[in-house]
Design a protein around this ligand. Structure first.
Ligand code: C2O
Ligand code: CU
Length: 530
């Protein structure tokens, strides 16, 4: 009887693509009896404490998880970690996630990178309160790749991710001859700051940290404080996620060997690409292939973040960080190394990310595949606005980070944010000061731009206006190929992307994935209309 009532008030929303029927309050998202999932998982966001360091336990948030249905490999816990779990699915599987909120504040989960209906995407208007449940039901129709999930309640995303809520969502690609099982290793990189009693420190109402974004002084990998892992003499695939709030990494191997990048946000590239280093902004992923088989046992090498100039200038902000000197020099252009002294580790400072110690175990050694599946390029001649792309200006004004002069409004979609279903468009993202004025020109930073609901292709990265010091320190670290959902927009850079709006109408977000900027309102809705 109860099931019947649910079905009457809840007509299979998971496949509903009609936006007019989608104005439901979140507590109506319950189990649909007619949906038969291949994988059924319960995720409960809850405060807990863990032994991260010796001494006092650390208060964190975690997703407690349970596999209700599915192969045991579908849900993997990271041992001794509050982070995760890792959800592993296969293309076309039907997924149900029963999300329970036991946090003191509202929350909702966003499946970063997945192409799902708007109600399944974790828009903040679906956030649920403590004690409530939201049931996700969707079909995985993304390419195999490394996606992830994290909270998305407006104004609280940065804090909740920081406290520990984030996990990988891996769509498997077993047809490739790539390292798997113990040789396929997730690396979630996050920077954190702890007080003397081992408790996480976040922002502390510091205006400067809010404007720049939180930067920690300690790197955690997969939510663990270990600074190294042991590896076999074998070939490895590292799925690397920058799960940090605002830190950008310039990743490189310590032994000078090129990074062999085989995948990015939206899955495998058409072929491996060797890079001396890779820039990885918040929210971005890369898959790195590495052969340790010829390295001597006992040797250690590391993944480092190299020094770069982020081009951050906060001329008018907080004189206690040396800003006053910047103003007086007349340049009004303080580099980040002067503006983040409190954290001890600026965006652009060099440090070791993680160490790999080679054991004497001979493991599986696979050849690096010469190529993978070709990437289908979006047809630009079909695009409706190739010669006059929609423009999105990421800038600073009225003491806020904004997009085209606008801050986030929960249900607002401007005319210039409406797109048609089944069309291809070109969008141009511009990182400008704010169109002149001393304040505008001095408030500049890289913004990691993320678009919900789809994967797009970068078609042009115009760096001609980027300060040469900034560009030269990062220029070899971008792969503008394949499918992406997040990219770094450097100061004064213009990036054009091609997007195709398919399958789902409704409201989706696009925003800066610097989580402090996002929480501040550097986020907007776009709507796909019929
Ligand atoms: Cu990973 Cu809207 O975010
Ligand atoms: Cu930003």
């Amino acid at each position: 009887m109860r099931a019947l009532i649910i079905m009457i008030i809840m007509p299979s929303f998971a496949f509903c693509q009609n936006s007019k029927q989608q104005k439901r309050s979140s507590n109506q998202f319950t189990v649909t009896e007619s949906f038969e999932p291949d994988i059924d998982i319960s995720l409960t966001a809850t405060p807990t404490e863990i032994q991260l360091f010796s001494g006092e336990k650390t208060q964190v948030y975690t997703y407690r998880s349970e596999l209700i249905k599915g192969e045991s490999t579908s849900l993997q816990q990271i041992p001794n970690s509050y982070l995760g779990p890792i959800i592993r699915v296969k293309p076309n599987q039907k997924i149900r996630i029963r999300y329970n909120n036991e946090l003191p504040d509202e929350s909702i989960i966003h499946w970063h990178g997945l192409h799902v209906p708007q109600e399944m995407d974790g828009h903040p208007r679906y956030a649920i309160n403590n004690g409530k449940q939201f049931v996700y039901e969707f079909v995985v129709n993304n390419r195999p790749g490394t996606y992830w999930f994290h909270p998305h309640p407006h104004g609280l995303t940065g804090y909740q991710v920081y406290k520990g809520l984030a996990g990988m969502f891996i769509v498997e690609d077993n047809q490739n001859n790539l390292p798997s099982d113990e040789y396929e290793v997730p690396l979630v990189i996050q920077d954190r700051r702890f007080d003397p009693s081992n408790q996480l420190v976040y922002l502390e109402d510091n205006m400067m940290d809010r404007m720049i974004g939180f930067l920690g002084d300690q790197i955690l990998i997969n939510g663990q404080s270990d600074t190294s892992m042991e590896v076999d003499k074998a070939t490895y695939r590292f799925r690397v996620l920058n799960g940090s709030n605002s830190r950008i990494y310039k990743l490189a191997w310590s032994d000078g060997v090129d990074l062999t990048v085989i995948g990015n946000d939206g899955g495998l590239l058409s072929k491996p690409i060797n890079k001396s280093y890779m820039m990885l902004g918040p929210g971005e992923r890369i898959d790195i292939w590495r052969d340790f088989s010829k390295i001597n046992s006992g040797e250690q090498l590391s993944l480092n973040s190299l020094t770069f100039n982020s081009g951050t200038s906060m001329g008018m902000m907080g004189s206690e960080r040396g800003m006053g000197r910047g103003m007086m020099s007349g340049r009004g252009n303080m580099q980040s190394s002067n503006s983040q002294s409190q954290s001890g580790m600026d965006n652009g400072d060099a440090f070791t990310v993680y160490n790999f110690i080679v054991s004497d175990n001979e493991g599986e050694v696979l050849p690096l595949p010469a190529d993978f599946e070709p990437i289908k390029q979006l047809n630009l001649s079909e695009s409706v606005n190739r010669d006059s792309p929609r423009q999105f200006n990421f800038h600073f004004q009225r003491m806020q980070w904004l997009i085209n002069g606008k801050t986030f409004e929960m249900n607002e979609v401007a005319d210039w944010e409406k797109v048609k279903l089944n069309t291809t468009e070109v969008w141009e993202f511009i990182n400008s000061g704010s169109g002149g004025g001393m304040m505008g020109n001095m408030m500049k930073m890289p913004h990691p731009v993320h678009i919900h609901g789809l994967q797009f292709q970068i078609i042009e990265r115009d760096f001609s206006q980027v300060p040469p010091d900034v560009w030269n320190s990062m220029k070899d670290g971008f792969i503008d190929e394949g499918w992406q959902d997040t990219f770094l927009l450097l100061p004064d850079m213009r990036v054009k992307v091609a997007l195709r709006f398919e399958d789902y109408t409704g409201i989706f977000l696009y925003h800066c994935h610097n989580l402090e900027h996002e929480d501040m309102g550097m986020m907007r809705n776009y709507e796909v209309i019929e």
